[in-house]
Design a protein around this ligand. Structure first.
Ligand code: PLP
Length: 416
């Protein structure tokens, strides 16, 4: 496929119009127009999301739930409205099943601690995939240590595809939790979560899906997935840092003890005993990230205004174009070549170190990530210390992919 063919394939997506909504894309870096290809680390923010947060602090700022004055009411209304926006976005059956966290990491820690410590027995098994982000490994290792459960890795093959056959073989009645990424941040693999969830449920296990890398690329429906928990970070969905979402099935959340104690999560407190609040507040101790939630709702509203399928088609075309260029470039080794992948081009260049390449590309205004991408086990499996990772969002262009490869060529000259 050449560039013209790829472009005609995605003509219905007006990338230039979308780019105007993201002011940071106009930045110059080291004397060059910014080429931002680190979207798997965090996405950029549309002006409307930045404006929503400013507007909140300029006009509505107050603490929520407690106040009996006009600003408190406005802040509460917007904050709870944001929860409804997220519930609708995920097609959750109720807004009470949407819990605010600090991010994907905290969401997984919440489930590992609250669900895990009450449900896991010595000898119980927790399955994660070999390509997980550290945030979906370490909390399970910690709870395993505390409960006597064990964490095991579902094998991943050379292409970065999870071995479903091996997973099926691993399932037995001791498997209580299967926690896998919807999309791998290091490789871009889209996991067959429908199959994984179905198989796990048949074996009696619960399933947590780490949606950090999926949520920015397509609309997720938690009821259609039938997952038990779904977590993501606002900052990977064009929203602010410091905020995340945990969706859980009602019967599980109802049975789980609070994760932290403090304000808001209680119904009444006395030294004779404290009773806990209803969902979702039971899990939301302390003043929440009010501005963040309002910002996330604005980002979601923004996404509703664009054709997400066309955006996804554009992203696929960018990845296809980048892969073709990589295959045509001598000395490039692609890491992660699963049949079903999105957004991520992870690679090594013969005779160079990823970190040096990243630095030399940054000098040309091209922002990529280098290193192990918080996924050391899969890097170890491949016998490499890390990769260069270019990751795309819908506001990236074919010209930026060209700039990536031009920067790569220039950077390589330093190693000759
Ligand atoms: C980014 C990421 C995380 C961690 O998200 P935080 O926002 O740092 O909590 C976890 N899993 C995956 C797949 C990620 O991409």
């Amino acid at each position: 496929m050449n560039k013209a063919e790829v472009i005609s394939d995605t003509q219905r997506f007006d990338v230039e119009a979308v780019r105007r909504d993201f002011p940071i894309l106009q930045e110059r870096v080291n004397g060059h127009p910014l080429v931002y290809l680190d979207n798997a680390a965090t996405t950029q923010k549309p002006q409307v999301m930045i404006d929503a947060i400013s507007h909140y602090y300029l006009h509505d700022n107050s603490n929520v739930h407690r106040g009996a004055h006009a600003l408190a009411e406005r802040a509460t209304e917007k904050f709870e409205g944001a929860r409804s926006t997220v519930a609708e976005f995920l097609n959750a059956p109720s807004r009470e099943l949407i819990l605010w966290t600090r991010g994907t990491t905290e969401g997984i820690n919440l489930v590992a601690n609250s669900w895990g410590r009450t449900q896991l027995q010595p000898g119980d098994r927790i399955l994660v995939s070999a390509m997980e982000h550290h945030s979906n490994i370490v909390p399970w290792q910690m709870v395993a240590e505390a409960t006597g459960a064990v964490v095991e890795a579902i094998p991943v093959d050379e292409t970065g595809t999870l071995d479903i056959g091996a997973f099926e073989q691993m399932l037995d009645t001791r498997v209580k939790m299967v926690s896998v990424g919807h999309v791998s941040n290091a490789l871009g693999t889209v996991n067959a979560v429908d199959d994984i969830i179905g198989l796990a449920h048949r074996a009696g296990a619960k399933v947590l899906i780490d949606g950090a890398q999926a949520i920015g690329h397509w609309n997720v429906d938690v009821q259609a997935l039938d997952c038990d928990f779904y977590v993501f970070s606002a900052h990977k969905l064009f929203g602010p840092t410091g905020l995340g979402v945990l969706y859980g099935k009602r019967e599980l959340l109802e049975a789980m003890p609070p994760y932290q104690g403090g304000g808001e999560m209680i119904e009444s407190v006395s030294f004779e005993g404290t009773t806990y609040n209803q969902l979702p507040y039971k899990f939301e101790a302390g003043t929440p990230d009010i501005a963040g939630a309002i910002g996330l709702a604005a980002a979601i509203d923004y996404l509703k205004g664009i054709d997400r399928e066309a955006a996804a088609a554009h992203e696929r075309a960018l990845l296809t174009y980048a892969v073709e260029k990589a295959l045509a470039t001598p000395g490039i080794r692609l890491v992660g070549t699963a049949a079903n992948k999105v957004s991520v081009l992870s690679f090594l260049v013969e005779g160079t170190h990823p970190n040096d390449l990243g630095m030399l590309m940054d000098q040309q205004g091209v922002a990529v990530r280098t290193g192990h991408h918080c996924a050391q086990p899969i890097m170890d499996q491949y016998g490499i210390p890390g990769t260069v990772r270019a990751s795309f969002s819908f506001y990236n262009t074919f010209e930026e992919v060209d700039r990536l490869f031009e920067a790569l060529e220039k950077a390589r000259k330093f190693f000759e």
